[in-house]
Design a protein around this ligand. Structure first.
Ligand code: NAD
Length: 248
């Protein structure tokens, strides 16, 4: 970053500080870009999963149809790319947890399935696409840990013989209605919405931001999004650096 850009960047962080100070109800809406600085690849960055070569595109492998028809191949990809159990929260996760603790943030709405917001200490987290940390038998409902899924090899089976599935919303599956309602409610009541680390192309999740009717729409993302023109504050940068620079 050159000196001019650094000055502009610092000005924007100051403005975000000010917005957060004055806001009565701030909500964060995020995606895979929130966790790239924790070492978990997103889908659409240059070095994201779409840029790597697999026999099928990630959205095909991570679909309901594929899960049931090619379960072994699904789990091979899933274990390799989606189960990042050693990842640690970065400055963005940590600051969001701190803001909630200080009463400055009312909810995190995430498309991520990695559980890093909770690991950082966030309490009110709406996981639109579920979590790799929860897994259950499709036959008897018994719960299994992510470690079990990682270590069992092949297709994970329950003691009862049933197929074990991650509690993750696969492409073509419906979002959990309660989580959706809670997320909409949080956004409708927010006066500041911070959108971060998401390409805003995965629906219906991305459509939730249209419920926002508050004063400050803030976007923190490394590449342009379809909502940029509506933003009151647009910060093109790494979300960990942006949140790490906040003084509030
Ligand atoms: P995406 O891959 O489509 O887009 C990520 C966006 O984040 C891009 O616009 C990119 O420029 C930006 N970005 C990347 N690193 C960033 C950083 N450090 N700071 C700021 N911006 C950054 O991700 P999406 O919009 O969340 O949609 C992908 C879907 O894939 C989601 O539904 C999600 O469930 C799933 N996914 C989740 C994880 C995870 O749980 N960590 C990882 C990969 C994919």
């Amino acid at each position: 970053m050159n000196a001019f850009n650094k000055l502009e960047f610092d000005k924007k962080i100051k403005k975000l500080n000010q917005i957060l100070k004055n806001s009565k109800n701030t909500v964060f809406f995020g995606g895979a870009g929130v966790s790239t600085e924790s070492g978990i690849p997103d889908f659409r960055s240059v070095d994201g999963l779409y840029g790597q070569k697999y026999a099928y595109p990630p959205e095909t492998i991570l679909s309901g149809d594929f899960f049931y028809s090619q379960t072994e191949e699904f789990y091979r990809f899933y274990r390799d790319k989606m189960l990042c159990l050693d990842a640690k929260p970065n400055k963005a996760h940590e600051k969001l947890a701190e803001l909630e603790e200080k009463g400055k943030l009312s909810a995190v709405i995430t498309q991520n399935i990695d559980g890093l917001h909770q690991k950082a200490g966030s309490k009110r987290v709406y996981e639109l696409h579920g979590s790799v940390l929860r897994n259950y038998c499709l036959k008897c409902g018994k719960s299994y840990t992510a470690e079990y899924i990682k270590d069992c090899g092949g297709v994970p089976r329950c003691d009862c013989g049933g197929l074990v599935k991650p509690d993750v919303v696969l492409y073509s599956e419906q979002l959990d209605q309660k989580t959706l309602n809670n997320s909409i409610n949080a956004i409708v009541n927010a006066d500041t919405l911070i959108i971060g680390g998401t390409s805003l192309v995965v629906y219906p999740a991305a459509g939730l931001i249209n419920y926002f009717n508050g004063n400050n729409l803030v976007i923190v993302n490394m590449s342009p999004t379809s909502a940029d023109s509506q933003a009151d504050l647009l910060i093109e940068g790494k979300i960990g650096e942006v949140f790490g620079g906040l003084e509030i």
